[in-house]
Structures are given as structure tokens and as C-alpha cells.
Design a protein around this ligand. Sequence first.
Ligand code: PMT
Length: 413
Amino acid sequence: MDEHGESNQKILLGITGGIAAYKSAELVRRLQNQSCTVKVVMTAAAEKFIGALTFQALTGEPVYHDMYQSSGDAMEHIELARWADKIIIAPASANFIAKLTHGLADDLLSTLCLAAEVPIYVAPAMNQAMWKNPATQNNISILQQRGIHFLGPDQGQQACGETGPGRLLDPQEIAAQLLTSQQSTQLTTGQRLAGKTVLITAGPTKEAIDPVRFISNHSSGKMAYALAQQALQAGANVKLISGPTSLTPPAKAELHAVESALQMHSAVMQNIQDTDIFIACAAVADYRPATVAANKIKKQADHLSIEMLRNPDILTEVCALKPKPLCIGFAAETENLLENAQKKLNAKNADLIIANAVGKNKEGVSLGFNAENNHAYIISKDHCIDLGSHSKNQLAHQLINHIAEVYEKKHTS
Ligand code: PMT
């Protein structure tokens, strides 16, 4: 936007099939109000929900449908891709997201996306189960890694009568995010954390009781592995100190596999020296059995007591280093989320605490440990930002952006 808040950007709006397609008309108006020039490409499925004439009237331009029909120009897909400053697909169906992921080019919109060298934004809209399906979530993760930006989705009541994530983000919000996203465009393509080392703890720890038993928790490592992937995407060298998980670590991360809190502690302390950013996402056991029985403990008395010892607090120790890296901790709470997270920020002297609720959100979506989604708040000494409920991949994207911003501010002030 210029100094008058005007935009003057050339926006190519792709509309795919879905009931939310009618909201694209308002999006056109919102973009035009910011002095954008808008051209519209519709898929065949989109035209079953709203007529092309509506967009032709709104934009004063022909609406583009298929590869050869409008101008007879066989290179139209290339021309349209070159014309645009940004491409926004709104609404983007699950099917179109899958096509983008696999580079299919079987209609004008998918073909021009493949030919595009400008930023592509995707505003998904679909049924909540389709959104949560691992196939869709994997596709989104792959597209984000390629630098494609996701705007939304929103959550709430859906046209199908269900409630949950998958509603098209409000057109006003899509327009605002699209037009002010210059910085984040540079971020993903510009490798904002290039040359920086990010050390991330992940997953649960296992505290042995005897050769066959242990104390642990339900952390799956999903949140931390998503952060590792996004930090790599932003150009960082990533060291992942991971407790036991069933996940495949990102190929370019340096993995240090550990089991217990003591092993995690020593792996972190051995690797912390050249670390610029430390993210403690692991659910580290606070206590470990004082002794590990040499043999399997036999069932005898009615009661069994296990003496427990405090484990070292890794985050607190890293925060006490001089100089210390930028330190980000997590807090997963079942009650008084923000209050407890604030206490952890102060007690551990961390720069940020990411507070995430454990349980279900009001739409019944599982959050926190071993869930696909999280509802996260970024807490610092002077702010609390509610990022809302999203997939862990999406949250990781937002969190790495925010962390990079805090790091940059700290090192330029
Ligand atoms: O792994 P997932 O299934 O994806 O789930 C993600 C998660 C819910 C585990 C993650 O998002 C999360 O919240 N992790 C922190 C869990 C927690 O509440 O930890 P805590 O309250 O015990 O510790 C607070 C902070 O201190 C954390 O950053 C933790 O990593 C760190 N800590 C804690 C104890 C210890 N001995 N050493 C530490 O470094």
C-alpha cells in the first residue's frame, strides 16, 4: 500500500467450486476499494455456484474459464500468470488444493498457478472433516513449505450444517491480509532465518522405572516437528533434540534422538553454544524415578511407591546462559492457561511463552497433546497475541514468522 493506504496491485482471483464462491464477489469489491485491478478466473465447478456474469460486471473484464476460449490465445495461461502481482484462490476447494500440491494442470486456473512466478495465496473453504482429513493437512503442509500462503480458514457453522474449521475467511480479512502481506512474502521466499541456528526440543521424555516400564506423557512431537520444518523453510540450520516419537523428522534437520529428560538436558547443553534461537517445545518429565530397578519389578504388595527426583529444567538453564539465545518456551495447561503461562515466562526468564490449551475447543476439535490442532497464544512481557485454533503446521508457520520478527528486533535495537 502507498502512503495513502492505497494498493494499486494487480490481483488475479481464482474461484473454485464451493458454496462460499458467492463471497468472492465481495472480495472483488474490497480489493477494488483498495485501488487494485482484479481479473477473475473461474473453474467449471465454480460456475455451478455463481455466474461468470457477476464477476464480468464487477470487474468490467471478461472472466477467464478455459485455456483457449476467451481470446483464442494459446498462451493465455502464461500471460495471466505474468500479468498478476499476486494470485489469490478464494474459495479454494480441497480438490483444488490437492491439484496445486501435485502440480496438475488440467484447467486454466491450475495451469496458470503452475506457470506463476508471483506469490500465490490460498483461502480454503470446505467441510470441516475434509479440512481435518490428513490428506488435506499433508497437502497444506507441502504447499506451505513451497511458500504458498494460507489465509484462514475460519471456523464456525458451515453450510452443510456441521460446525468446525473450514469456513472461508471473511472477504474483508482476506483482502487486508493479502494486501499487507509483502513482509511475509519476503519472509518465506527471502529465507529470513538464513545463517541462524535454531535448536528445538521435541516430543515426550521416557523415565525408566525398570527395564520394561517407564513414565511418560502423550506428546507426539507434531508441534515441534512442524516448527522444525518451518524454521528450515525460513533458511535456518535446525537441530532437533527429540524424545521418542513415531514421526519422520524433516530431512534437513540435524536429529539428536534421546529418551530421558537427563539425556535431553545433556544433548541440549552440548549443542547450545552456537544456537541463536532455542525453542523448548518438548513435554519434559519434571520428575524421574530415583532408581531404575535392574530387573522387572514383580507384583507383590497392594501398594507400590516410587520415589521421584526433580529433573533439571532445561529451559530455565538455557535462559540463564550469558549470552543467551532467544528463548521460547511452551506451556500446555488444562486450567488457567494464560495465568500459568505468564508465571512460566517470569519464572524461567524466557523471551516468549507459547501457551496452548489442552482439551477441546468450542467446536469440539481436539487440541494440544497428540492432536492435529492447537490453540496458541504468544505471551511476552508486554503482549499476549491470540493466534486462534489452527493445524499445527499453520501455527508453526505463524510462530516462526513471529519468532523471526522478535529476533530481528532484538538484534537491530
Ligand atoms: O507433541 P505434540 O503432541 O504436538 O503436543 C505439543 C505440546 C502440547 C506438547 C507442546 O505444544 C507443548 O505445549 N509443550 C510444553 C508442554 C508443557 O506444558 O511443558 P511444561 O509446563 O512442563 O514446561 C514449560 C516449558 O519448560 C516447556 O517449554 C518445556 O519444554 C520446558 N521444560 C520443562 C521441564 C523441564 N525439565 N525442562 C524444560 O525445558
